[in-house]
Design a binder for this molecule. Sequence first.
Ligand code: SAM
Ligand code: SF4
Length: 491
Amino acid sequence: MLTAIEKKWKDNRFELIKKYEKLEKRKDFIDDNLIWDLIKKNENPEPKRIREILSKARELKGLTPEEVAVLVNCKEPELVNELCETASYIKQEIYGKRIVLFAPLYVSNTCVNNCIYCGYRRSNPAIKRHTLTMDELRDEVKALTSVGHKRVLAVFGEHPNSDAFYIAQAIETIYETKEGRNEIRRVNINAAPMTVEEYRLIREVGIGTYQVFQETYHHETYKKLHPKDTLKSSFLWRLFALHRAQEAGIDDVALGVLFGLYDWRFEVLGLLFHSLDMEREFGVGPHTISFPRLKPAVNTPFSTSSPYLVSDEDFKKIIAILRCAVPYTGLILTAREAPELRKELIKVGVSQTDAGTRIAVGGYRQMQKEHIPEKQQFLIDDTRTLDEFIYELLKDSLIPSFCTACYRCGRTGEHFMGLPKSAVIKFFCTPNAVLTFKEYLLDYASKRTKELGEKIITQYINDLFQIRPALAMRVEEYLEKMEDGERDFYI
Ligand code: SAM
Ligand code: SF4
């Protein structure tokens, strides 16, 4: 049951959404029949056709919905291997060895919605509800930055306690919380859809990327999983949330699907159509795509019984197909997945991931507790510390990045997207990854991580000298200044 205050707030918002639905001129670009026709038409594709598409993907130009419909039907192990190899090749070409790290920061778990799959749904009595006060939020940020994080993804339920004003205040508080060298330099958020005016408010306080996941693109399933008396019941309000954010001047926006709610092949095409529509209207696609898999949540039977739960093999395929289809869009993997699998998936095409993750509201102050189920939206499978996670990355010769340079010097949205296309990303992002990783090594790393990390940086500089000596000298100069105590260098 909602309290009187919650009900009034919800009713007002419901009215606002209904008005919006009537006035919105944009056309729903998800045509369920068209998507199913594409999938059915391309069932059992010829190996030759799959190989043609993979060789086109290697040109880094992205794929059409028709081509993606062929790849979602790729089943033969040999061809699936080739698909994954192609995705790894694309990842290497565009992103190199770099992988961007962040921490999710759950700020509130109060919510007026009732999404069937989510532990935080309002009808779930098993959850202890809380919205962090600004003092508690500061403590969370201090706990996070004390282990080396520089980027967070702040996550919110949909509730009057965590409305746009609260979100803006939370973002400001996160940026302002500094202790010596410890600070957050980029705050991304995941929060329910808002109006253009509300987006302007959160843009003004310096939001990084704004994420909102459609959850499922299949209309019928969307309707079933989001009860009709809830704010989340409006498919269109959510579908155009990122369009409205762009209208408000938020350049970096991010898509996502909760895999496990409906047929994954349909959802992959839904993501592609969403991405294409944004490109059509704004000239730039999403900054990142997330592909969380449904995980068990306390007292949430659907989270373990959905008929569409995705296997590890199919999950790997999803990532490989997305890597081929939208080569310049960042792909985010989360700590929902287990360590061994993450290692494999990162190779296939992931460019960003969270580490040292705790998802209970207030969970970082109790870092030693891996799970606090009654405060969590779902359970995660990777609870390694940030340092343990980084050490494993280094064993695979990957370079962790805490870089926030693009956002801080205005290279976002269209400007950002212009960069990777000309392959310049390698000469901005990788040096910046190295510079921010060096900060981590100097200020936070364990002995073993520091030893291995320094070796990797030396190797990187030696390689860079061969191809870009001037850049290598600049990076080396910055690294030396860092040894002398200076910080926060970027190209
Ligand atoms: N309440 C906001 C909303 O719905 O837009 C913020 C998002 S919610 C806190 C973050 C995301 O977690 C959701 O968009 C959904 O994709 C995902 N999620 C919900 N239940 C989940 C579950 N059982 N397993 C894995 N992910 C889940
Ligand atoms: Fe609330 Fe978001 Fe969970 Fe739905 S997914 S119940 S909106 S927190």
